[in-house]
Design a protein around this ligand. Structure first.
Ligand code: ARG
Length: 457
């Protein structure tokens, strides 16, 4: 078929070059945005008298029918078209005749594709944000149910100090809250309209870029036409934001994998979100968590891919930029899928608080509290730390824990020890005493939950 852009070239490209050049297999995802952009453009052309009012109406009506027919499946995207922009314009001209050829006045595919991508990703941000908020609320609910469940908190994956499971979960809620904030920040910078930048230099027509931007829900316009067509920062930023979000999901996944192992057995995943083994009947595998962890790699890869495409491109548009879409589209789909599955997995996950408590009892995670006990009775921390360490070593030797170490033995190390030492090393009390802002006590966890819920409103 003759190319719409056949000018100085014959437009008779080799089939292999056509296929290589084509982006319709992936940019057809943006048909809605492309049509919305064209409607706004036609309206602007009409209102500025660049085309007749009736012509604008004709174009808009034609675009409406295309949109409708694509939605209902009456019209299918023609894979032999170069891209979605060409496809829509071609169908429009077939349907309404020569007026269709006026749509591309004062516009280029360069600003058109920049517009479509911003519109598309803006919608993706909204969808992702909604899913992320839902997950964050689920995490808050879980934290509420387990706000007083004692477990060992770890550093270096060594048992460190008692925390509550609710507190541990709320750490992830805080990460997700930052992700929500980053998404909205990214959206704000993305929400400027490039349309009207035209090929690169602007146009000689008396257009109204602001009017067009307003119709499309933008907060303003890109102020330099060369930047307008060649900027993809918004996609890079989103890639970065999604990578950080995936990193959070991946860390959470890693913990879910550990916790659901027989070595820990801190949590039980529901059958709905685990798989069996084809050979080992006893297996219950945390595939969902593993896949989320694994898919993090793709999202990072998409980000690096996009950075690499843009690096070294001279201004303004270069065809390299067609490579900006598949990666970021893939990232958006991946993140949405991961959020849905992860939400279901966490919502149906139950904690084995008995095992958490058992693990907490055997790691001397109250040794800091023992030192603090002496400090509160007048000992210097460094000395108290040393004494506490000696007692732990003795306990280990004798197969005891701080809760069962006899008082007369305690007294041999310091005369500060009295009967109340057992209250000081009680694990529940140890967690409960951590009332500092952001600490692990029930009261503090409740505060965190209220804070996150408030922020999500
Ligand atoms: N399919 C192209 C892309 O995705 C559209 C822009 C084409 N512009 C051009 N001058 N060839 O980037």
């Amino acid at each position: 078929m003759a190319k719409m852009w056949a000018g100085v070239t014959s437009g008779e490209t080799a089939k292999i070059a056509d296929d290589f050049n084509s982006s319709i297999s992936f940019d057809s995802k943006m048909y809605k945005q492309d049509i919305a952009g064209s409607m706004a453009h036609a309206a602007m052309l009409g209102s500025k008298g660049i085309i007749e009012g009736w012509e604008a109406d004709y174009l808009i009506d034609g675009l409406h029918t295309i949109l409708e027919d694509l939605e209902t499946g009456k019209l299918e995207v023609d894979p032999s078209c170069e891209d979605i922009h060409m496809f829509v314009e071609q169908v429009l001209t077939e349907r309404i005749g020569d007026v269709g050829k006026k749509l591309h006045t004062a516009r280029s595919r360069n600003d058109q594709v920049a517009l479509d991508l911003r519109l598309y990703l803006r919608e993706q941000i909204d969808e992702i944000t909604e899913k992320l908020k839902k997950l964050t609320l689920i995490v808050c609910e879980k934290a509420e149910s387990y706000k007083d469940a004692i477990m060992p908190g770890y550093t270096h994956l060594q048992r460190a100090q008692p925390v509550t499971f609710g507190h541990h979960l709320m750490a992830y809620a805080m990460m997700f809250l930052r992700d929500v904030d980053r998404l909205s920040d990214c959206r704000r910078r993305m929400n400027l309209s490039p349309i009207g930048s035209c090929a690169l230099a602007g146009t000689t027509y008396d257009t109204d870029r602001k009017l067009e931007a307003e119709r499309l829900g933008f907060d303003g316009i890109c102020m330099n036409s060369m930047d307008g067509v060649s900027d993809r920062d918004f996609a890079l930023e989103l890639s970065g934001v999604l990578s950080i979000l995936m990193m959070h999901l991946s860390r959470f996944s890693e913990e879910v994998v550990l916790w659901s192992s027989w070595e820990f057995k801190f949590v039980e995943l529901s059958d709905a979100f685990t798989t069996g083994s084809s050979i080992m009947p006893q297996k219950k595998n945390p595939d969902m968590a593993e896949l989320v962890r694994g898919k993090t790699g793709r999202v990072y890869g998409d980000m690096i891919g996009l950075f690499t495409v843009l690096k070294g491109l001279p201004l303004a548009y270069n065809k390299d930029m067609q490579e900006d879409k598949e990666g970021i589209f893939d990232s958006c789909e991946t993140v949405k899928n991961c959020l849905d599955v992860f939400s279901g997995m966490i919502e149906t996950m139950t904690a084995r608080t008995d095992n958490m408590m058992k693990a907490a009892q055997n790691g001397f995670i109250n040794a800091t509290d023992l030192a603090d006990y002496m400090v509160k009775k007048g000992e210097a921390f460094r000395n108290a730390y040393k004494i506490s360490g000696q007692i732990v070593a003795e306990c280990m030797e004798k197969g005891l824990v701080l809760e069962t170490y006899p008082l007369e033995e305690y007294k041999k190390h310091s005369n500060l020890f009295e009967e109340d030492v057992y209250e000081a090393v009680d694990l529940k009390a140890c967690a409960e005493k951590r009332i500092s802002e952001g600490g692990t006590s029930v009261q503090s966890v409740e505060k965190q939950i209220a804070y996150v819920k408030e922020q999500l409103k």
